[in-house]
Design a protein around this ligand. Structure first.
Ligand code: ATP
Length: 324
């Protein structure tokens, strides 16, 4: 194989640049030319394809976001649109692609593989919502950002005898909320997989108020309650704590990638290039314990998510044991 491409697709995540950098450096070491595709699949159909150079690869390792841009292109599900992409790749003699993104991006990668361009996916998302990888590139950085934010909010809640409701990202996956709650000692946790009703949250904070605790932190995953500010008002009315809601928002997506995210990005990128050199496609790289594995995209799409209810309940018991 002489020429490969790399693109980032779907939501950006810290560490995507480290992965792109490693693809360029490792493939170049294997005498393979690398082309970067700007703005994901959109760049493929618009021929936004450029040859990568080593200095560029060095410069982006520590940068947040994705320097080559990402985009969503729902039309990519249409074969006519993908034919345009394949034609552009053929024009540059690009034989295979590394696709860094989430589940949706893998679908595109699988379809391209079926059209003769071997694609290998890397798990790039802060949400940790790729079921067959224990961790995804970007999760650790986002988690650290969330933990810092919650610690800061706790400082002021503790000083003023208040409660806070903090909404974190995760897109149907409770891992950011769960891991952040473990790391910060959050008092009440509600995640997508282990959801509390608004009334249960109100009741738990009210019970904590009766113990005389000075501050309460409630961590909830996004997309679960219509309005966390309204939820905070309900908590305040029942518990007596002055209660504020904070939606952490896009701050969670940015920032220089953590060392662990860079490590996962670089090692999985090298592993992806190894698969391509071996002539394989339709695969994506996941972390199984401490081991990198290459799995068929098709076989993983319907894998059930790991059940974290027991773990979440254990943390609830640890962090608010006086409720029992
Ligand atoms: P995130 O976790 O950030 O949502 P993602 O990769 O799952 O990342 P999506 O928006 O679901 O994000 O998918 C990214 C892109 O992958 C889509 O915009 C589209 O171009 C392509 N894609 C998604 N599903 C398909 C499909 N069934 N066939 C072809 N391409 C697809």
């Amino acid at each position: 194989i002489k020429k490969i491409g790399v693109l980032t697709s779907g939501g950006d995540a810290p560490g995507m640049n480290a992965a792109v950098s490693a693809v360029i450096r490792y493939a170049s070491s294997n005498k393979i030319e690398v082309f970067v595709i700007k703005d994901g699949y959109k760049g493929l159909i618009n021929d936004w394809i450029e040859q990568a150079d080593i200095n560029y690869a060095q410069n982006i390792i520590a940068l947040g976001g994705t320097a080559i841009g990402s985009a969503r292109l729902p039309e990519f599900a249409d074969i006519k649109v993908r034919e345009k992409a394949v034609a552009n790749l053929k024009k540059h003699a690009i034989e295979a692609l590394v696709v860094i993104g989430g589940d949706g991006s893998y679908m595109g990668a699988q379809r391209l593989t079926e059209m003769g361009i071997n694609c290998v996916g890397l798990p790039g998302t802060i949400d940790n919502d790729i079921v067959s990888s224990d961790y995804t590139i970007g999760f650790d950085t986002a988690l650290n950002t969330i933990v810092q934010a919650i610690d800061k909010i706790r400082d002021t809640m503790q000083s003023h005898n208040r409660a806070a409701v903090i909404e974190v990202m995760g897109n149907q996956c409770g891992d950011l909320a769960l891991y952040a709650s473990i790391a910060t000692g959050a008092d009440v946790i509600s995640t997508s997989e282990s959801k509390l009703t608004e009334q249960e949250i109100v009741d738990q904070v009210t019970a904590i108020a009766k113990t005389g605790k000075r501050s309460v932190v409630v961590v909830v995953s996004e997309k679960m309650y219509p309005d966390v500010h309204a939820l905070a008002e309900k908590v305040e009315a029942s518990s007596g704590y002055v209660t504020r809601a904070t939606v952490l928002g896009h701050i969670q997506r940015g920032g220089s990638p953590s060392a662990m995210d860079r490590h996962l990005a670089v090692t999985s990128a090298m592993f992806a290039v190894d698969q391509i050199i071996a002539g394989k496609g339709g695969l994506y790289i996941g972390l199984d314990g401490t081991k990198l594995v290459a799995r068929d995209i098709n076989s993983t799409l319907n894998m059930p998510r790991k059940d974290k209810t027991e773990e979440t309940n254990k943390i609830r018991f640890l962090n608010a044991q006086f409720l029992k």
